[in-house]
Each structure stands twice: as C-alpha cells, then as structure tokens.
Design a protein around this ligand. Structure first.
Ligand code: JFZ
Length: 472
C-alpha cells in the first residue's frame, strides 16, 4: 500500500514536472545561433596547436640529409615511399608523454583550448581508429591512444579539446602523388585521386570523423589539406553538414571547403597562417603560428621567436579581433621542447598581469596608433623578426565601457593617445586611467591633442604595457 502511494506521488511529480520542463527542453532543441556557438571561442583568444606524429622521429633529417621545409612534410620532401615510411610507427614509443603536463603547460600559458593533429598529411592516425591499422594503438610499441588521454586531461582542466584533420592523405590507397610534378614536395602537395576511389576515401574519412566526434567530443574540427583538385566545395559542404548533424555546436575552420580564387569559404572562421592580416578580417579568424620554423618537431631548428615577438603578436591579433593559435612540435619521446615551454611560461606570466586586456575583448574603432607594424609574415627565415616598437605604438581592445591601450614599448615619458583627443573623439568622457598590474595612481588630462598620461614609475611586467581607460 505504502509502495503504491509512493509510486503515485512519484508519478504525479514526474507528470507535472513534464509540464514545467517542456518549454525549456523545447527551447534547447532550437538550433544554436552562430553567436551562441562561437561565444567561448571568441572569449578564449589564445590556444595551443600541437603537431605530433611519427614524423617527430626523423625530426627533419632523412638518411643523413637535412630537409629545409617543415618537419611534418618529410615524407614528401625526402620522397619516402609508403613501405619505407611505414617503418616509423614501429619505432614510435613516446614513453615520456605526460598529457597532464601538456595541459598544465597550456594552462600556465593562459591558453583556453588545444588543437592536436589527429591525422596529418602522412595519413597516420594518432587515435584509436577502426578505419585501418595505421594508427597509434595498432602500429606502435606504445599502443595507447594519446589523443584520448589528452582529451581527458583537457576535460579535467576545463580546457577545450579540439582536433586537426587532414583531407590530403599520402598513405591512403585511394590517393597517389602526382609524379609529373617536378619538385618533390609538389608531387605530394596536390595528390591525385585514383580513378573511381573517391567514394571509398570519403567513407573512410567519415568513419574517422564519426569516431573523433563520438570518442573525443572535440570543440573544434580544424581541417587542412583541401586544396587537391579532386576535393570540391560540394564535398566540403557535405562533410560540414555531416559533422553538424553529429554535433551541432561543433566549430569548424575554413579549410574543408574554401574557394581560393573567390576568397569564400564554408565553416565558422578563417585560418590565416604564419601572419596577422593587416587590418584584421570582417569575420571570425584565428592566426596559427610556429615559434620556430616548423610545425612538427625538427631537431636542428633553433630559430625561435622571442617571447617579446610572441606577446606582440598576441596583442596585435587581439586588437584586430582575432584569435592566436600558437604551435608546439613535441619530440618522439613525447616532450614539448624546452624553448617552447619557456616561451609559453613567459607569455603566461604576461597574461596573468594583462589578461583582462585580451580575453573576451573585441577590436575597437581603430586597432592601432603609432608608426610601426608587425612583420607581415614569418616565412623568410633570415629576416629579423623583432620590430623596434616605440611607446607610441599602441594597440587597442575593448570590453563594455573599458578601453585597453597597450604600448608595445615601455613609456618612460608622457604618453599621448591621439585617438582619444577631444577633437577626434569629442564624446569621450573618461572616468579613470590606470595601468594593469600597477597600484600607482596616474596623472592624466584629456586635451584636444589626445589623452595625456604620465606613466607609472615602475614597470609592472615586460613586453607590452596596458593602460586601462574607463569611460563614464
Ligand atoms: C598546412 C600544412 O601543410 C602544414 O603541415 C601545417 O599543418 C599547417 C598548419 O597547415 O600548411 C599550409 C597550408 C596551406 C598553405 C601553406 C601551408 N598555403 O595555402 O599556402
């Protein structure tokens, strides 16, 4: 009797709560708006790119010869036959891999998301896949799913886990290198699709993408290698829709479906590489960049950008409304190179003082003031990467009624922010001016020429110095 009564009460609660919850559950079925979907990504601003695969074993050198181009391209640059490249996985045993440590390094750097290569152009899968045996679990002595471990650590740490996936595939039997192309790299860059085998490859891709979505719940799918002739805009569109049916809130970059000539793309954001677009872009974008001259580990690449250059890039990118995806190439043992770790730590130190000028900010009416610009790309290895910025070189970001003005050099005398002069911005009513990380009360006056600020006596940090200007 008592049981029946309890049952009846439960039933009544369940019945009425159904009524109460219905409107909410219906609301949840509404498709996410682009703004809702992109909210975390726009807020995040700074992420870690990881290029890791069996190419970290040769590390830029094949049969004693050193190759100029990026480490993850060694199969192409050294023109290594498949059977020979297949000897690498049995040597891949990253016993020092510590995913918790990698996540700690990213977090310490102030990064909010991690994008790791699940399969690069060499076709080797760094995750547990049933699509073939050419993967970390089945083909290496290590035998463990490195992506799974990283995704779990990211979840624990509150960092968004994201994956890179290459459409171009040098190992899949459906594709072959174009032997008519002269340079080794070109032979592979635009693979040919064997007659009648595209369907088989798309099926393979879909199986892998489904595995990635189901097993790793990536927040971003970072495609690459869509430039071969046999891959069309239509193919890209189909893949994007396939993914969004599986995971509606998945953010996808522009590299599964883009039209180089028309400058159009399908997907959520643009992915400029190794440079920061001059005035920014009028859609969501993320610059990906290396710290030295390679994505995948190269033993002899010691051409590291300084922390200062990297902080300046971060500030410049934020001032133009973009995100910064900064790369590391771990070794075949599973270690992130020390020079990378040092720089990441130093950027984190800067962000702990100045993070509020970066995270969750937008670009302001103008992104900069002052004479100098960042160098526009980093392909030229011999070019000096350091720009001699002055304290007049300022980058702006904004949130609510706050304007952040970052000086790219230490201002040892009065700073004049011209964009805020009563002539150029008569409506500006300033309530307060401080410098992030400094307790010193600042003297400031608003004049026709600009906002004049006497900087604090002591530097609160290095590399870039942020005035926080609060408007009424
Ligand atoms: C691609 C990859 O080939 C490279 O290995 C790395 O993963 C990087 C992040 O992305 O690099 C490209 C892609 C496109 C061009 C140049 C390099 N491009 O269009 O000139």
């Amino acid at each position: 009797m008592r049981q029946i009564k309890l049952f009846r009460i439960c039933f009544i609660i369940a019945f009425f709560s159904g009524f109460i919850l219905t409107p909410y559950s219906c609301a949840r079925k509404e498709p996410l708006s682009k703004d809702e979907k992109m909210a975390w990504w726009r807020e995040a601003k700074f992420g870690l790119f990881i290029h890791w695969g069996v190419y970290s074993i040769p590390a830029g050198i094949w049969k004693g010869k050193e190759y100029e181009i990026v480490g993850e391209w060694i199969m192409a640059s050294a023109d290594i036959p498949r059977e020979e490249y297949e000897k690498l996985p049995p040597q891949f045993n990253p016993i020092k891999y510590d995913p918790a440590e990698w996540v700690r390094i990213a977090k310490d750097a102030g990064m909010k998301y991690i994008v790791i290569t699940s399969k690069h152009h060499d076709g080797f899968s760094m995750f547990d896949t049933k699509a073939n045996n050419y993967n970390i679990v089945n083909a290496t002595p290590y035998g463990k799913d490195v992506l799974k471990a990283l995704s779990q650590e990211c979840k624990k740490a509150g960092i968004k886990f994201c994956v890179y996936y290459s459409i171009l595939d040098w190992h899949h039997p459906s594709q072959e290198s174009d032997r008519t192309k002269k340079r080794n790299v070109d032979k592979y860059s635009y693979n040919l699709m064997k007659e009648g085998r595209k369907e088989e490859y798309v099926k393979y891709m879909k199986l892998q993408l489904r595995e990635l979505i189901a097993g790793y719940e990536p927040a971003v799918m970072w495609f690459d290698g869509d430039w071969s002739d046999w891959w069309t805009m239509e193919d890209g569109k189909e893949i994007l829709n396939f993914l969004w049916r599986l995971k509606p809130d998945l953010i996808i970059n522009d590299r599964a479906a883009h039209d180089e000539e028309k400058g159009t793309f399908l997907g959520d954001y643009g992915s400029p590489e190794q440079h920061v677009p001059k005035g920014g872009l009028d859609y969501d974008w993320e610059t990906c960049m290396t710290m030295n001259d390679t994505w995948g580990f190269k033993k002899n690449d010691h051409n590291w950008k300084t922390t200062q250059v990297l902080v300046h890039n971060l500030v410049d990118i934020a001032s133009k409304g973009g995100n910064f995806l900064l790369n590391v190439g771990p070794t075949s043992e599973g270690l992130i190179p020390e020079p990378s770790v040092d720089r990441l730590h130093a950027i984190g130190k800067w962000l702990r003082v100045n993070g509020e000028a970066i995270y969750g900010t937008r670009n302001w009416r103008t992104y900069k003031e002052g004479p100098n610009d960042l160098i526009t790309d980093y392909y030229d290895k011999d070019k000096d990467r350091e720009v001699n910025f002055t304290a007049q070189d300022i980058r702006f970001t904004t949130r609510d009624n706050i304007l952040y003005a970052s000086c790219l050099a230490w201002p040892d005398k009065e700073v004049i922010i011209k964009s805020l002069g009563t002539k150029s911005m008569p409506e500006a009513k300033i309530a307060d001016v401080t410098m992030l990380g400094s307790d010193e009360k600042l003297e400031w006056t608003l004049t026709e020429e600009g906002l004049k600020i006497i900087p604090p006596k002591t530097k609160p940090c290095e590399h870039a110095f942020v005035f926080k200007i609060i408007f009424y």
